[in-house]
Design a protein around this ligand. Sequence first.
Ligand code: KG4
Ligand code: ZN
Length: 334
Amino acid sequence: MNILGIETSCDETAAAIVADGTKIISTIVASSQAMHAKFGGIIPEKAAREQLKAIIPVIAEALGSREKVQELDAVAVTVGPGLIGSLLVGVETAKALSLAWNKPLIPINHLVGHIYANWLTEDTPQLPAIVLLVSGGHSELILMRNHGDFTYVGGTRDDAAGECFDKCARILNLGYPGGPAIEKAADETREPAGSLRLPRPLINEPGFDFSFSGLKTAVSRTKDTEPNFLAWELQEAVTDVLVKKTLTAAREYAVKSVLLAGGVAANKKLREKMAREIEKSGLAVTLHVPPFNLCTDNAAYIAAAAAFNNYPVPPIKIDAIPSLTIDNGLAKVA
Ligand code: KG4
Ligand code: ZN
């Protein structure tokens, strides 16, 4: 089963072909990130214009040759959540291709897509699982009982983890996107640990909610501290909270696996801390972490999600839905 995935929810334009939901045949990601770096954030109208120019070359490159169309069983596309102008580029292109090629079209919730990066590896996760989905727009704990069966357990009340890194990196003049910039600065810190402590918001509160917006204020109040050390401490604070809540959820829901997903899952400190704390906890859970390049936005996980949730919808009934949540599940009927 070969699926062509298309993803344009944020500032990437991506296409990929995945076989049987697990094997990447090709994956192409074009990003307008460098253009946005100048402004310290995404300008939606500019992102969409770049995507409109990139979408056909990116799909053509993922396909390789015209003949490959015959080997496709379906097309899958991100319908939301995301920026409306960006989503429309992928959704309308996918509808046109589905009709022209006479292939089924499978609408995919971007958040569900991120989770399926964990199926693009040799090591298939056992279910049920607790998913920590942390990206620029989302910080959520999700209970995945089965394919297509997702329950929201908790999430951020304000800024997402990636958004917190992006905003703090801007305050510290470390560049954009902030997550990798904070990580690099933290790796370069020479200040001894312990000379400053940022808050760990909600870490000891009951429940599974996060709140990261206060860290911006805390970071801007301590600007006289060495920026690299501040980045180090910020990374410690965010990952401490994420790891603690994830482990508590894994215990409460008695799951077999913990899955990381989303751009922030590329963070090495988060990966190491999660592995170490799971080990220390004695819980019988296996940690799954996608390869680095599959954590941030791409189309391979969209194609993978479609293979495990193969519910085509007539193209004419599919629309972009900017405000889709995990509780909307697969977006079967868009
Ligand atoms: O999943 P993604 O590519 O796009 C969204 O759906 O939002 O995530 C992008 C987010 C950005 O906030 C970026 O700063 C963060 O992921 N990020 C990281 C790292 N790489 C990307 N955060 C921490 N450490 C990283 N290495
Ligand atoms: Zn994403």
